[in-house]
Ligand binder design. Structure first.
Ligand code: F6P
Length: 334
């Protein structure tokens, strides 16, 4: 499909993230500025398949820039995984004359967009919206900054009580298969240990350092664990902080240990200035991409410049956390 883009749809898909509303607002208002018709698609790809779509005006996005969640709601659409579901979605788009799409979400959402564009020629542009910050081709994803600040605020509070009781606290943060929330929140709260899926830290090493610290009467310890961390590489089903706490408690019976799983609190709340700012910038550029014929890309920001990564690559490649980070953690928390 190489016709001029005149009617665009916007949707949010996958896990919501603070700042998605700011991105929707930017897409709608930039689209209207260019005299496009803009349609909101509810509940991710589900709304596309079920024709739950409505025309958006400038007032549709008034007073939302400061709100967490997403006014378009979101879902992980099972029907969209198969071609039949995507064909139904395409038929709906055709019926409505929608000939350009902005998809706000993570790699699962972009996989859907990529397939839709390949199979049916619908031009798509992705905006990285995920608290996990696990996407290639951008320094920022919408929601990460807010989520990590929520984690920091919570961990600071845990440190107060840990310190009062001389306890070891093991705190789990989100991130799915990525350790960015753990790395950033752990460094920012002075965590003594950070466990992430990307770094091969064995629990034996950590237990040894904890018991050495116990001897030195350093009894307060914060361990930040990414939910995707696997304590036993031979047993990939064992994941996260509960497993870490169980193993540590078994090995260090003298140490008083408590476990906190921060969970979905990290996904909510008003977006930070940073998230509103990047969402506004990315939303604007996503529409410009559709108009300029720069299709099937993810908009990102690298070194403070806009950067456009083909969806195919954004899905395939991963950002990496280097081993050298662990040195910093170790030195700063000694
Ligand atoms: O991808 C965002 C995220 O919050 C991950 O960090 C987490 O693993 C997952 O979504 C949780 O998904 P759900 O809300 O479906 O339980």
């Amino acid at each position: 499909m190489s016709e001029k883009v005149t009617k665009i749809g916007v949707l949010t898909s996958g896990g919501d993230s603070p700042g998605m509303n700011a991105a929707i607002r930017a897409v709608v208002r930039t689209g209207l500025y260019h005299k496009l018709e803009v349609y909101g698609i509810m509940r991710g790809y589900n709304g596309m398949i079920e024709d739950d779509i409505f025309k958006m005006e400038s007032r549709s996005v008034a007073n939302i820039i400061q709100r967490g969640g997403t006014i378009l709601k979101t879902a992980r659409s099972k029907d969209f995984y198969n071609e039949d579901g995507r064909k139904r979605a395409f038929d709906i788009l055709q019926k409505r004359g929608i000939n350009g799409l902005v998809v706000i979400g993570g790699d699962g959402s972009f996989t859907g967009a990529y397939k839709l564009s390949r199979e049916f020629g619908i031009p798509c542009v992705g905006i990285p919206g995920t608290i996990d910050k696990d996407l290639y081709g951008t320094d920022f994803t919408i929601g990460f900054d807010t989520a990590v600040n929520t984690a920091v605020e919570s961990i600071d509070k845990i440190r107060d009580t840990a310190d009062s009781h001389d306890r070891l606290f093991i705190v789990e943060v989100m991130g799915r298969h990525a350790g960015y929330i753990a790395l950033h929140s752990g460094i920012a709260t002075g965590a003594e240990n950070i466990l992430m899926p990307e770094i091969n830290t064995t629990l034996d090493d950590m237990v040894a350092s904890l018991s050495e610290q116990e001897k030195r009467k350093k009894l307060v310890n914060l361990v930040v664990v990414a939910e995707g961390y696997q304590p036993d590489p031979n047993n990939p089903d064992l994941r996260g902080a509960a497993e870490v706490a169980r193993i540590v408690q078994e090995k260090l019976k003298g140490l008083e240990t408590r476990l906190t799983i921060l969970g979905h609190i990290q996904r909510g709340g008003p977006p930070s200035c940073m998230d509103r700012f990047i969402a506004s910038r990315m939303g604007y550029h996503a529409v410009e991409c559709l108009l300029e014929g720069r299709h099937n890309v993810m908009v990102g920001i690298l070194n403070n410049n806009m950067h456009y990564t083909p969806l195919e690559i954004a899905i395939r490649e991963k950002q990496r956390i280097g081993e050298d980070w662990m040195n910093i953690v170790k030195i700063l928390a000694s």
